[in-house]
Design a protein around this ligand. Sequence first.
Ligand code: GLC
Ligand code: CA
Length: 571
Amino acid sequence: MTTYEPRIDGGVSDDERAWWKEAVVYQIYPRSFADSNGDGFGDLPGLINRLDYVSSLGADVIWLNPVYDSPQRDNGYDISDYQAIHDEYGTMADWEDLLSEIHAHDMKLVMDLVVNHTSIDHEWFQKSRQGDPEYEDYYIWREGDGDGPPNNWQSFFGGSAWTYDEEREAYYLHLYDTSQPDLNWENEAVRQDVFDTIEWWLEKGIDGFRMDVINLLSKADGLPDGDPDSEWVGSEHFIDGPRMEEYLEAMDEQVLSNYDVMTVGEMPQLGVDEAKSYTGTDGPLDMAFHFQHTKLDYAENQRWAIGEWDLQELKEITDRWQNGLAEEGWNAIYWENHDQPRVVSRYGDPVNYRRESAKLLGTFSLTLSGTPYIYQGQELGMTNSPWTSIADMRDIDAINHAKALLETDDYDEYTDIQDTISYRSRDNARTPMQWSPSENAGFTEGEPWIQLNPNYDTVNVGDAEDDPDSVLNYYRRLLDLRDSHDVLVYGDYCDLLPNHESVYTYTRTLDTNEGTERLLVVLNFFGDETTVEVPVEFETATLLLSNYDRDDDDPTTVTLAPYEARVYDLG
Ligand code: GLC
Ligand code: CA
């Protein structure tokens, strides 16, 4: 157990303080991080070799995507054994080395917890489909409705959420791929098995869990049909379902609360009110990922359609979450993860202002209230990749959707849908980490499991290390800034110009025993120069950080270059 050592006096009560609020999390997708044995797959020994790099960023916590035994149909989110390491990643001994090395680097390790579903290869499912009395109710089995599935629920990856199993002669529910059957949380034995698994990992000394699609555990009684027009058909009956609170509270009471760990729930379609009850003072979790800001570039609410994004919408969403959780609950701040395309390619300009916009977007994440998450490569300003054929893609989700689109009468060939598929594919986040300009970006000496982004010759760690103006070195300054300014962790947020179309500017303010700390952030989110009057009063102002070379300390009338970001200390 780690004991908390407060960094500041006064202003913030002991109840409010927590190490996970002061932390910056670095997310590692191990399959694409570093390959040590030339088989083309990233692995745990490769990752251990790169811990100095992660620590050099100033990260406090590593969130590791699933490394459990799995047939890898959904890259490890389809688990066949919760207590074993998938052999391409290494052995349990490698994993134990990893944990102790992370701790030796003064960082913490958060593991992925995927317990809404397992793989069909899991022993529980094998026994369940055979009707083994101990396991028959471990999954959600139903008779069909006439010739069709039991209801109209859709899988997130497309198609019906039900698959007929010849052996059991019944349908099983899978809210994701057909190889990912949903566990039946109504069954107490399932809950107990999951809680035991959680405890087993906590006993090994890990520091927390990121909980995969955790607000999907409880399904409405009777599994009624969903609104056929909704974004995800059936979701009103399986998101934040009737027994959600009960399940998470039991998990917290029986296991989590016995350890000093952090928990972050991944929660599709999460709203502020639900987040408050999940993450508030009596809530079972510390924080949760919502998705509202990741949908700004959807057209007509559709993931597989691209639309123009709007800064005012980003402000509305951010204001709602920053203010909504100011008194109760805690935010998890992120742009990227292994499911999201690269943010520079979405809300920045990957062609004309790659560096500037990557730095701007980073400044935003690292100066908001909440725990910031950085996804591997984001700190380099990595961009989306060109996906010129379906054969190059690996993401089960993108491939399923591409195939479904091509089956309609609207499209004939891949080039007709390439713009959308290549922009949205989760593979964009999964191309190998770019370590150097040498072959395969220094990721592997073999054949990489997925193609590299061809820009690795210019966007890579090696070159960025040598360049004081690189995105990487700017991220280091951002993490430093956060580390040395408690106001960035505990301060109040205030949006100064909610209606401005291109500039986003806000303050963070904290009262301490030594007086009031206040920072001002000014961000030009677009590629045109713009001059803005910032409505703020202050005695002294000092420019702490900018992504341009500036020495101007006056924040009242500011002329901002394309994608310029500035952070001032308002004394
Ligand atoms: C989460 C994961 C995603 C996975 C899905 C099903 O959204 O982040 O990668 O495919 O859950 O487990
Ligand atoms: Ca390997």
